[in-house]
Design a protein around this ligand. Structure first.
Ligand code: SAM
Length: 404
């Protein structure tokens, strides 16, 4: 691979924003790619993948480059040089790369590879929490899996088409996909490409949604005609899946504390041809009280650490703080106690997170069932999805029933 100066400059600028100015990697990459209209698919791929890779391996690369945060621009070039050497890329004779100690870099890499927190590039506290909760053996495999690049998975929108037809239409746009066993709505992209440009996407025939995430709406067992509330709907990934399964019959109420996310949900719902979704911002507890004892199904896709989706959000490794974990566990318990009241007797509820930590998952469900608010509920089943065993995102989901 030959390095092109303007592409590498873009990567360095991106790293400066992500590492030193706390910006989100996905937003930064989106902006970088708009910089030069002449950049083709390969150039864009280089910028996106290199930036993400360096974010993913920040701790390891910084240690090898012997630099500490906050990184100067010179430090960022040294980190970049580590990435390039470890990739086996021949370094051009640019002044920023002068004197790069290739042999020393390889030697340090071999040495640090023996220590998990460097090998897998994770903060000490995160390593400790995960070992305590999952055990060495599981965590070792899990963090390794969470450091791989995620596949792109599509979910067919059954309101508009079916899986076979979608596959054919995408083929006509030069996009090859595979079905995935046991994931009824999923298509796996064989090669990365800009699927958002396809006619099929613009016509609302599919959404991009990880395979594990697709299991959540499946578990809720919705049927056309039901009254369903999606309590933490965000921009609606799972709301749209519920809609796709309900054939536009019945009602879906999508709640969130952020109105801007619900606005995006509305836009996506229009593209998907989903007409039975109503959005409501939770601006006071009245919104919840009004719906008490009235719902056939409740989905709680709770805010969480996001530790199960590090493959797609590697910067979360650096943004997440231990204090946040404590706060979010309290929020999860409050949400369970409060929002479960919307379910009617005989109704079913799913509690889900994209975390792999038991303290955000099964422990939260057990605490809820042992609480006063959880008295009328019973656990029907749950699924603990690890990235290392599924090949997809790490997730947790529990199906509960209100019995009285
Ligand atoms: C895991 S995300 C939801 C993702 C979304 N369901 C999807 O599939 O695209 C969790 C959501 O919970 C929302 N949230 C955070 N605190 C909340 C609260 N107290 N009540 C309701 N929603 C909350 C966040 O704004 C965020 O959109």
């Amino acid at each position: 691979m030959r390095l092109h100066r303007n592409l590498v400059y873009a990567v360095i600028d991106g790293l400066q924003l992500i590492f030193n100015e706390d910006k989100y990697a996905d937003k930064v990459v989106e902006q970088l790619l708009k910089r030069d209209k002449r950049w083709g698919a390969r150039d864009r791929g280089f910028i996106a993948e290199t930036t993400y890779e360096i974010v993913r391996w920040k701790r390891l690369y910084a240690q090898i480059a012997e630099v500490k945060e906050p990184f100067t621009r010179e430090n960022l070039w040294r980190i970049f040089a580590v990435w390039a050497i470890l990739k086996g890329i021949h370094l051009p004779d640019w002044k920023q790369l002068e004197g790069t100690p290739s042999r020393r870099i390889k030697g340090k890499f071999d040495e640090l590879n023996k220590i998990r927190k460097y090998r897998e590039s994770i903060a000490d506290w995160m390593d400790e929490v995960a070992v305590k909760e999952l055990g060495e053996e599981v965590w070792d495999k899990e963090i390794h899996a969470l450091n791989q690049q995620a596949d792109v998975i599509l979910r067919v929108n059954r309101l508009k088409t079916d899986k076979k037809t979608l596959q054919k239409l995408l083929r006509q746009e030069n996009i090859d996909t595979d079905f995935i066993n046991n994931y009824p709505d999923a298509l796996l992209l064989k090669e990365r490409s800009n699927i958002f440009k396809t006619e099929a996407f613009q016509n609302g025939l599919f959404e991009v949604q990880d395979a594990s995430s697709q299991l959540v709406a499946e578990l809720l067992e919705v049927e056309p005609g039901m009254r369903v509330v999606d309590c933490c709907a965000g921009a609606g990934g799972k709301t749209l899946h519920l809609a796709s399964k309900m054939d536009n019959k019945g009602q879906i109420i999508a709640l969130d504390i952020y109105s801007n996310k619900l606005k995006e949900l509305k836009r996506r719902a229009r593209r998907n041809g989903a007409h039975n979704i109503e959005t409501r911002e939770i601006d006071s507890n009245k919104v919840i009280k009004k719906l008490h004892n009235s719902m056939d199904r409740v989905l709680i896709d709770a805010p969480c650490s996001g530790l199960g989706v590090l493959r797609r959000n590697p910067d979360a490794k650096w943004k997440l703080q231990p204090e946040f974990l404590n706060t979010i566990r309290e929020t999860q318990q409050e949400i369970l106690s409060n929002y479960s009241k919307m379910l009617k007797v005989g109704g079913k509820m799913v509690y889900a997170t994209c975390s792999i930590l038991p303290s955000e998952n099964q422990d939260q469900v057990s605490a809820f069932l042992a609480s006063l608010e959880g008295q009328g509920f019973k656990l029907l089943k749950d699924k603990k999805v690890l990235a290392s065993t599924s090949g997809f995102d790490g997730f947790y989901m529990a199906l509960l029933e209100r019995t009285n």
